[in-house]
Design a protein around this ligand. Sequence first.
Ligand code: SAH
Ligand code: TRP
Length: 334
Amino acid sequence: MTTPTEVTRPHGRVRIDSYLDGGGERSLADDVLDGLTRPFKELPPKHFYDARGAELFDRICELPEYYPTRTERAILRERADEIAAETGAAELVELGSGTAAKTRVLLDALESAGTLRRYIPLDVTESMVRMSAETLVREYPDLAVHGVVGDFERHLNEVPEPLGPRIVAFLGGTIGNFPPGSRRRFLRQIARLLGPEDFLLMGTDLVKDPGVLEAAYDDAQGVTAEFNRNVLHVLNRELDADFDPEGFEHVALFDERHEWIEMRLRARRAQTATVRALDMTVDFDAGEELRTEISAKFTLERATGDLAAAGLELVHWLTDADEMFALSLSRLRG
Ligand code: SAH
Ligand code: TRP
């Protein structure tokens, strides 16, 4: 455990621990040094989510083409009472919690079951953790919220000790944003947050028609394109760089062999950007691509295999009638 750089207690029932001060920018600098000097340029997706990126992502969730959010919410509505009964959870830990919009469905069910005591959102976007914490304590008069502002790849150890049986929720298909090897390693780290009475509730987008998948990551209004280009705005601001976001085209394609979506930014023309904070220049050929995200799609077999590799066993596989999206409830293998 490290000491949070900042602890705030805006109300009696809210506590926010922040671990990002400075460290966040250092990791951006490292990721840029590493990722933009590779033979195939690449940046990790966590840098999309500054305040503007988080807002754009919220708009993505409402788009007609982006079915995962509404499908996952529908499955949760259908099955939340069952999940509450099965887990008897006193607390909900949520990784990559964002606005915690769908989380309310779970909190409602746990509150009705009479077991709920605490919610622990963990996200890199500080404004989101603060806002959701303040809103939720108002909506749930008996709930304590302990927010953690941090990087789930670095700060899982900062999740507070459990008050009782817990659900660790990892929604939105965010697990798909890890490449397969890192995905299993990350699941092993999550498993360390679980005791014998605890459960992992994980959302996974499912393999389906490539046209449907590609549209979900390349909407007609161009919101996803803007979200993708936002990472360049983040670099310009945080690292005093001069990327021309409009000089890059948004690309989303389904890789059928790996069964994942890849998002890229393709240089519309040859160009050079300067990253002043790192004293570095980055050259792009015309048509050269920078990979900004993968979003792996799952089958029951893939999800079960990944969970098993982390010492977890599937308890329920919850899916919609069209099998667009699935939630898995799993626990440590007995
Ligand atoms: N759970 C929400 C949001 C999913 S989007 C939903 O299902 O709609 C992914 C979320 O994970 C964003 O809120 C983003 O800020 C957060 N995130 C991405 N990378 C992260 C990281 N490395 N550490 C912590 N949070 C991260
Ligand atoms: N976890 C989400 C997913 O993979 C993140 C996401 C959705 C996303 N749409 C996006 C990330 C567009 C970048 C761009 O589905």
